[in-house]
Unconditional design. Sequence first.
Length: 427
Amino acid sequence: MKRIVIVVVLLLLAAGGWWLFRSESRPSAPTSASTVDAATLKDPALIAQGEYLATVGDCASCHTRQGGALYAGGRVLPTPFGNIPSPNITPDRDTGLGEWSFEDFWQALHSGKGRHGELLYPVFSYTSFTKVSRDDALAMFAYLQSLAPVHAPAQPATLSFPYSVRNSLKAWRALYFKEGEFQRDPSKSDAWNRGAYLVQGLGHCNECHAPRDSLGGQQGNASLAGGQIPSQNWYAPDLSTQTNGGLAGWSEQDIVDLLKTGQSARGTAFGPMAEVVARSTQHMHDDDLHAMATYLQSLPPRAASVSGKTQLDTRAIMQHGAKIYAERCADCHGKDGGGVAGVYPPLNGNSSVNEPTGINAMRVVLLGGFAPVTQGNPRPYSMPPFAQQLSDADVAAVVTYIRQSWSNTASVVLERDVVKYRHTPID
């Protein structure tokens, strides 16, 4: 019933979008002429800057399929509405960006429109990339144009109706997309502004670390307040370091360490964040990492969450969980949940343990935890999977015990919750 209501709403929005934006219904002609000359695009310094910025934006993660050529596309990006393969962004003339001008590229990044004016699906994070400056976009385009062309035809999206009706994006954009470059706040420091630019724009952190509604749009003004990553079954935690924030108590150095090495005194990067660290943030300049941390530390305190208390009698669950923890977990993570600095992450006060859903803890217990290999941590310790050793009831008990021990007060995890994630792939 809920799905039928959503479909009806989308159809109405599509019709409304057509009415409101009917003057844009015809795709514009290709803007092949460019105001940027060829010599500029071959400037080695500009290309090097673009390579760094493309790394900061983690472009390769989406635009490279497993085992495929770098930036040749083909990675299937799952959404609640269907799957969308990423396009080839090498300068191949037939299947990539070889015929694109810089203006075409800028239009895609800034306005979320393709070379022919077609509206792009927001699985491409133009809702964040619109904040990228024109100068940075030019550098990125110069870098992409310097790559070796790879012939890799685009694969069709497999979106269900009515999401496959591209015209409905007009209504979606009216609801959720605000076009515009990042504007500096003159009352803030240079470091804060740089961090805000990277987090809000090129780093597109809000694309994962914010709640989304049934239409896939970000809910209200809940910037970086945490949310379940659609169709990936991971929870990206709240990023505030203030009272009740997901990173409450984290220092600037804690944040920098995690982004640089995948590990800090307060936690370790697992799941999708491990890939972000491996491909992107570990390669960032230290001053940019500190700028991002400066901005994150300025996020406001959060409202106190609902207590993890339940009307269920959890004494038996906690006793069972305590026994499993002592047998399976305490040797590494400590009886007090404090972990071992630089080796095993703490569980007491851990943002992934305390996130609202319990998804992260369940998945790591079932499927294992694999920190990224980085220059700063080339041989990270991994956690083995326990899916074969522990039943659904066992996993629910030990995760509940961890989430309600020491200073942790997160909600109970039930056996039925574990069933949903037992056979879910790790990435």
